[in-house]
Ligand binder design. Structure first.
Ligand SMILES: [Zn+2]
Ligand SMILES: [Zn+2]
Length: 556
């Protein structure tokens, strides 16, 4: 007999266990035949352990296998950790995409850049809008964060309501965009919320995150007291901060120049959506060069020390239009994202060495976070009063702390999960009923590759150990040519020593080859294997490195 009860499940494929790569699924229906919606599809940033790869995305395999049951992707807001994977993964999913206007423009642009046709699939939802997708009735609720148009999604299903908060904070004066819709949140709470799936980023932060207005006031005071050039670097996506810098520049009688592609992208997108109006237009950096030092403010990308960001290029004196001198000032109006300390302090040090003033979170109030501190979290729990709390958007340590926090507030059923867990929230007690495949895919060139991919292992191996590339020539009679082509790269030996190493390698090739017949295919493979091992030993004896070795045999 068929079980007729429909169940409601939640499954994060990314973002629960790390900050980044958010990808959340909600499923409703009969066991093993759920209809799914996806909320957010973001990227994560790799560390130095993967040479040549900067971005990664959550492995969507589980939902790709069920894509005929994926009814849509809904985006909460336009940060890269929420939308950055769309152009990489959407072609595998091909479902409708729902986003508010600002987010939608940025998505269109991403897809256009990658030549992905999403026209007709991208549906624009107005702020506070509503959309019915299969069994899900979804309401967008305006929140505040560090970007325009951040939304929580209130997801009504036939068996209960879920509030998916997305990223948020309580900012009573966000300067741009709407205020947080506290009334609507309270009304949702009053109607009854089965589960709240909530941001854990700042769970270790006591108090409140503070307002963009406070930063504007502080930056105004700081800039009033600066004499020469001012460079401000911040997250380009924070349009309110951008407006702050425009307004501060105007107040202190300076021109503003935007530097870096994403600054222009956000400026134009925000204006297209009706924000950032009535500002003095920015100067082209090429023209800004001609302006006296005390009449210009540059607003640049690269606040995290990104190698291609404008800030890094300016500091390394590689930027064609922005040059700094002693007594100029650089303001880092952002926090250091953990992991970027080394890169950023290197930049600070280079500036300080050149007598350029550095103002950062270390010595001034120049930034507020976009995520809620514990007092704000308390407010949200009081308004929503969920039966079940599921912490997401955090590393394990954040989610565990958030779980304990929810428990301490009296949430009846807090639940701790991680990527790949399918948690059933209805019917019955919340329970992890399955564990599905998850992982990371690395964005390498124009491909997505597995973390364990041999390409990557080869590359790490070459990066760490150097490269030995050998071509052996075999005559028609089956004799080995005495002059193999040997290429060594990244071996720590000077030219003279390299010559000696090459002699040793040639000798070893002749020696090793003696024991094998070159006319036998099977022997040929054995010869190459022995050569690899013996030739690495030759190098190791000299320089204590074992280079990645490639040997090919060519028959003339
Ligand atoms: Zn986020
Ligand atoms: Zn965000």
């Amino acid at each position: 007999m068929k079980n007729e009860i429909n169940e409601l499940v939640f499954c994060p494929l990314g973002g629960s266990g790390e900050i980044g790569m958010n990808m959340n699924l909600y499923g409703y229906g009969q066991k093993d035949n759920h209809k799914w919606i996806m909320i957010d599809i973001g990227v994560g940033f790799t560390d130095d352990s993967v040479p040549g790869v900067d971005l990664m995305v959550a492995d969507p395999d589980f939902i790709v296998q069920r894509k005929e049951n994926l009814l849509g992707i809904l985006l909460t807001h336009a940060h890269e950790d929420h939308i950055g994977a769309i152009a990489h993964l959407w072609p595998m999913l091909e479902c409708p995409i729902y986003a508010t206007p600002f987010t939608a423009i940025l998505i269109k642009e991403k897809c256009r850049e990658k030549k992905i046709q999403i026209d007709g699939k991208l549906k624009i939802i107005q702020l506070d809008g509503n959309v019915k997708i299969g069994p899900f009735d979804i309401n967008y609720v305006t929140l505040t964060h560090s970007i325009l148009e951040p939304n929580a999604l209130c997801i009504k299903t036939p068996v209960g309501t879920i509030l998916h908060t997305g990223d948020w904070k309580c900012d009573n004066d966000p300067l741009m965009g709407k205020k947080m819709d506290e009334v609507k949140l309270k009304a949702i709470g009053k109607e009854g919320v089965l589960a709240m799936v909530c941001d854990s980023t700042n769970i270790f932060t006591e108090g409140r995150s503070g307002s963009e207005k406070d930063v504007r006031d502080s930056l105004m005071t700081i800039m009033e007291n600066i004499k020469n050039r001012i460079v401000v670097t911040t997250f380009a996506s924070n349009a309110a901060r951008m407006e702050t810098v425009f307004k501060c520049a105007e107040k202190v009688g300076r021109h503003l120049s935007l530097v870096g592609r994403s600054m222009h992208r956000i400026y134009n997108t925000a204006r297209e959506c009706g924000y950032l109006q009535n500002l003095k237009p920015p100067l082209d950096p090429r023209d800004a060069k001609k302006i006296p030092k005390n009449k210009i403010v540059y607003l640049c990308t690269g606040s995290q020390g990104e190698p291609m960001g404008a800030m890094n290029r300016i500091v390394n004196e590689e930027h064609p239009d922005v040059m700094l001198d002693a007594d100029d000032t650089v303001i880092f109006s952002s926090r250091i994202i953990p992991g970027n300390e080394k890169k950023l302090f290197k930049i600070h040090n280079k500036l300080v060495k050149r007598q350029i003033n550095v103002i950062s979170e270390d010595n001034a109030f120049i930034h507020v976070s976009g995520h809620p501190g514990r007092e704000e979290m308390k407010d949200m729990y009081n308004w929503i009063k969920p039966q079940i709390s599921i912490p997401v958007h955090g590393e394990h340590r954040h989610m565990k702390e958030h779980f304990e926090f929810a428990k301490s507030l009296g949430v009846p059923q807090p639940a701790l999960i991680e990527n790949g867990d399918i948690i059933r929230v209805y019917p019955g007690e919340p329970e992890i009923i399955d564990k599905v495949h998850t992982g990371k895919l690395l964005v390498d060139g124009n491909r997505l590759i597995d973390e364990e991919s041999r390409f990557l292992n080869d590359r790490k191996n070459i990066a760490n150990n150097g490269l030995m590339d050998i071509t052996l020539l075999v005559s028609k009679k089956g004799n080995l040519d005495r002059n193999p082509i040997i290429n060594l790269r990244g071996i720590p030996a000077d030219d003279e020593e390299l010559d000696e190493i090459l002699y040793d390698l040639e000798d070893e090739i002749i020696n090793t080859a003696k024991s094998y017949s070159l006319n036998n295919k099977k022997d040929e493979k054995n010869l190459i294997d022995s050569l690899k091992s013996n030739l690495k030993k030759v190098i190791y004896t000299r320089v204590k490195k074992r280079p990645y070795t490639n040997i090919v045999l060519i028959r003339l």
